[in-house]
Design a protein around this ligand. Structure first.
Ligand SMILES: *Cc1c(COP(=O)(O)O)cnc(C)c1O
Length: 242
């Protein structure tokens, strides 16, 4: 077994254990392998081991990889944009990715919807919420998330799927869990409002994107449905991106 295949098995085992501890079915948590800074060969190795969904932070790096992998592997891979998006990069994202986790401004969502090519299915998106403050952090404050979600839900070429968060890296399990629970609370508050506006929202509201290598267990305890794991799958990163 290759190192990446072995890592993937360990991460999947860890997810299974966390699900068991939380009394949840294993299928309720989806693994997104975060391949930023790693090359196409590493992604191909993970794909050969059965992994299908990959997350990228840097748009151009991600698009380059998407195009290479399309020729390189015989599987359909799913690509998630999990990094900040400037207005001048929305077209690249709309044309190449399947998901965007980092919608925190209506303007970006509008551009993604306008620029989504007609031959592709609607783009899956999550609202990024800044649950633990931090002025210079990406994400909408929790109290603004509902208004943004209701506006994004109306955009024709997007499917609003849920909430994403990147909290500060707290070392203790209890603190990790508490901040993830705050994101879960935002998800539930919006769920209730979307039910009232059901005519404007037909996509499944089913995604809580949170938890990384260091805190995925706490995130699963707090209700995460999609953990984004980089280091655990591919090993330590060296910056800057290659
Ligand atoms: C890099 C990154 C991850 C993965 O982090 P690891 O600690 O390597 O698992 C997850 N989510 C986002 C948004 C990231 O930027």
């Amino acid at each position: 077994m290759t190192t990446i295949a072995n890592n993937l098995q360990q991460v999947n085992d860890r997810i299974s254990q966390a699900c068991q501890a939380a009394g949840r079915a294993r299928e309720t948590v989806y693994l997104l392998a975060v391949s930023k800074t790693f090359g196409a060969a590493a992604v191909a190795e993970a794909a050969a081991a059965g992994q299908r969904a990959f997350g990228e932070n840097y748009i151009q790096e991600g698009v380059d990889k998407i195009l290479v992998l399309r020729e390189m592997v015989p599987y359909a891979l799913q690509w998630h944009c999990i990094g900040p998006i400037q207005s001048n990069k929305t077209r690249l994202v709309a044309e190449h990715f399947d998901w965007v986790h980092t919608v925190d401004r209506l303007k970006i969502a509008q551009r993604l919807s306008d620029q989504r090519p007609a031959h592709l299915p609607p783009m899956n998106v999550c609202i990024q919420v800044n649950v633990d403050g931090g002025d210079n952090k990406a994400g909408v404050p929790p109290e603004e998330a509902l208004e943004l979600a209701l506006a994004v839900a109306k955009l024709p070429r997007l499917q609003l799927r849920g909430v994403m968060s990147i909290p500060e890296p707290y070392p203790e399990f209890a603190a990790q869990k508490a901040v993830h629970e705050a994101a879960h609370a935002v998800l539930e508050r919006i769920r209730a409002a979307l039910a009232v506006h059901a005519d404007a929202h037909s996509a499944p509201w089913d995604t809580l994107s949170m938890g990384m290598t260091a805190d995925l267990d706490a995130a699963i305890q707090a209700g995460s449905t999609m953990v984004r794991v980089g280091t655990g799958v591919f090993g330590a990163r060296t910056y800057p991106a290659a």
